[in-house]
Design a protein around this ligand. Structure first.
Ligand SMILES: *Cc1c(COP(=O)(O)O)cnc(C)c1O
Length: 422
């Protein structure tokens, strides 16, 4: 794939930013490309990936699931076993290490559902950096468990009150902060999108997933027919696919959020959806879900991490070129996949990752038994109990929440414990 100096992947990408952000982006680009050629930096990254993140993550043979489906053999890359529970830490640690090398002591990040905020807060705690996370006020209220986790890691969570008070506004606020404090601060963007060099850099830090898969599948002499990943902004998928995109095989399949159906506002299918268009937003050119006036449309998905109106520019380019195939899974199919792999493999997929699992369930029976399919389980599903439990066991969950609230209101112990920790 042609990657130009201005940060374009074919027609997509670029650096559509205000003048004040040019210099920090150019400095970051120079520092990144220099660091990636420095054996000392790469060694430091490798050690922290091993000891802190817990790499390499296993490639699990899903033996029972494969037998039941009766076609290709399914393998699951257990990225959910990475420290903090998902792939996002790969990027957060990489960027924080780079920021430290650049002499920056302050980190800012945007977060929607909170997963990227948690990963960045944890990386900052590990590396001794000051951390501020911008999060829409609406999301702060909806995602209290992640807000609590970020604060536990020592980060400050800044509730954004402008616009729709969600992810888009948090990105704008983070950009504003960075433009005002470029010398002290690095902005850790959370997916393979935004202005160059972020799409390139995030892919490089996430490509550790694909490199391990390449080695693991060669060791086991797998005949890999397809690799499947879920696709929000695109960081886990592009990192998983990266070492394979310049080869003809295997098939690379990215699964978007199909939500509750094909209607506008019912999904987050930027490549396969009805309202999918070329556009420029938040510093980059790509495929977006936009209305006739070029405004971002509302999106919907049961998985917070896939619920975004834009997609990384390299994915958009590889999709248009036909190297990456795009498809989608409905909320209901993702929920079924969570149950299927939990019951048959003892592995709990995150709701996002379950979109990839759902595609594997559809694809495996259509392929011969001597072929392999590799699914990226980008995260584990412990974080999703507030979504899955109300669906799987609605009445019991309601009773549980009521009793928790009563316990909280009545318990003298909690108040006593609280006054002790302060
Ligand atoms: C955030 C998230 C995603 C989606 O983000 P990408 O950048 O598309 O990878 C997928 N899976 C999990 C577990 C996530 O937390």
């Amino acid at each position: 794939m042609a990657y130009s100096k201005e940060g374009f992947f074919d027609n997509f990408g670029g650096k559509y930013v205000a003048e004040v952000l040019r210099r920090p982006l150019d400095e970051l680009e120079a520092a990144f490309s220099e660091a990636m050629k420095d054996p000392e930096f790469l060694k430091e990254l490798e050690i922290i990936q091993r000891d802190y993140i817990g790499r390499e993550t296993p490639l699990l043979y899903a033996e029972t699931a494969s037998k039941i489906l009766g076609g290709a053999q399914i393998y699951i890359k257990l990225e959910g076993l990475a420290n903090t529970g998902a792939h996002k830490i790969n990027n957060a640690i990489g960027q924080c290490l780079l920021a430290k090398r650049m002499g920056k002591k302050r980190i800012i990040a945007e977060t929607g559902a909170g997963q990227h905020g948690v990963a960045t807060a944890a990386a900052c705690a590990k590396l001794g950096l000051d951390c501020t996370v911008y999060m829409g006020e609406v999301d702060v209220r909806r995602q209290q468990p992640n807000v609590a986790a970020m604060e536990m890691y020592g980060a400050k969570v800044h509730a954004v009150t402008s616009g729709s008070r969600t992810l888009k506004d948090a990105v704008n606020e983070a950009m504003r902060d960075w433009a005002a404090n470029p010398d002290t601060t690095h902005y850790v963007l959370g997916s393979a999108l935004g202005p160059a060099p972020f799409p390139d850099m995030v892919r490089e830090f996430q490509s550790v997933i694909g490199k391990e898969v390449k080695k693991q599948s060669a060791e086991r002499k797998l005949d890999v027919a397809a690799m499947i990943a879920c696709c929000g902004g695109g960081s886990n998928s592009i990192g998983f696919f990266a070492p394979f995109v310049d080869e003809k095989e295997p098939r690379l399949i990215a699964v978007e959020a199909g939500g509750i159906g094909p209607g506008v506002g019912e999904n987050a299918s930027r490549m396969t959806g009805n309202a999918s268009r070329d556009g420029i937003m938040q510093g980059y050119k790509s495929r977006f879900l936009l209305d006739d006036d070029g405004q971002a449309l509302p999106t919907r998905s049961i998985s917070a991490g896939l619920d975004y109106c834009g997609i990384g520019p390299q994915l958009a380019a590889l999709g248009r070129a036909g190297r990456i195939e795009f498809t989608s899974a409905l909320d209901s199919e993702a929920l079924d996949a969570v149950k299927f792999f939990a019951k048959n493999e003892g592995v709990l997929f995150a709701m996002e990752s379950a979109h990839a699992g759902a595609e594997a369930i559809k694809l495996a029976p259509t392929l011969p038994k001597d072929k392999a399919i590799i699914v990226n389980m980008s995260g584990r599903g412990d974080k999703d109990i507030f979504i899955t439990c109300p669906v799987f066991r609605p009445e019991e969950w309601k009773q549980f929440l009521i009793s928790e609230l009563e316990r909280l209101n009545e318990s003298k112990d909690i108040h006593d414990a609280n006054s002790m920790v302060k």
